[in-house]
Design a protein around this ligand. Sequence first.
Ligand SMILES: Cc1ncc(COP(=O)(O)O)c(C=O)c1O
Length: 381
Amino acid sequence: MARQKNLSPETVNAQALHQIDVSTGGITPAIHPSSTFLRDENYQLINPLHSYGRDENPGYAVAEKVLTELEAGASALLFSSGMAAAMAVVQSLRPGDHIVAPQVMYWGLRNWLSKFCDTWGLSLDLFDSTDPDALAKTIRKGKTKLVWIETPCNPTWDVIDIAAAAETTHAAGAWLAVDSTVATPVLTQPIKHGADIVIHSATKYLNGHCDIIAGALITAREDELWERVCEVRTQAGAILGSFEAWLLQRGMRTLFLRVRRASDSALTLAQHFDGHANIVSVIYPGLPRHPGHEIAKRQMDGGFGGMLCLQIKGGAEAALDVAKRCEVFTRATSLGGVESLIEHRHTIEGEGSPVPRDWLRLSIGIESVDDLIADIEQALE
Ligand SMILES: Cc1ncc(COP(=O)(O)O)c(C=O)c1O
């Protein structure tokens, strides 16, 4: 079907680019479980795009095309998890390459990089993302191949200036990868700020319903790095299942509504508890005293995201007590779903976690914000 040009991202996303299933006229895509595809009597593929299902699953097309458009990129790939997406980027490097990443970032990836870079012949240096000069000091011209940033980053919600990071990274001849899981394309489009590649744990906001594990990469251009990333997915096989791909494209259709609602509610909740007698501090980039607020105002469009932390008066025990007494918030790890989650991040990350023990991490969902506030209020009493 012909498509009007210059549609807003909300329209593009809600209609999933108006991709009609041409074989049936279905206005939602079919699920494609087939692992292999027919060849004709001359041994030519019936459809040259599909030979073997490891990574030529027709069910990826909708989500990949929509993500490419939403992130203003050149191409996108789905993966079996956010970690698999990140791994595809790391595995596309060559022995001897140097990676720079922030000290505060998704702990699972930081742990993996710290433990396994050696095994792959890679080296790693972590930088303090609250110091604007730290990246330039950590990067090694000619040696650093990949700069990895996450913004807002887990769980301090520090905001990194993507455009500044891109300038420093490119001056050193490296690629900039941005984990934009928390911001989503609704609030930030890293490629427009100079990123080379965008990563999502699609498990989170993109899908939005805590019912799949998935990941995605979006590239600014189909360059050498992207070619290698594509090969890693094809050969290494960290692919998304057919049903998960279908759920993802379905969940994504409400992305704008969910993210805007979560963002608005997170701001309301953060403002409500800022200065509360039983709270030491509310950590949220939407609050003017958050160190990343000014960058967030420039870089995030239409909200500051649905993630925040509360530092509870009385230490770890008091924080765990608050989590215990919550009745509307669900005690579980993860983020970005329609239901609000509360977690004691230090417990989740375990010994050695840099997250203070008196912090509780909240993922705000789409419930009534009054119910969410009342729940924390009664838990704090
Ligand atoms: C910011 C961020 N990036 C990446 C990941 C990894 O994603 P997945 O759990 O889908 O592998 C997570 C998971 O919590 C995350 O929060």
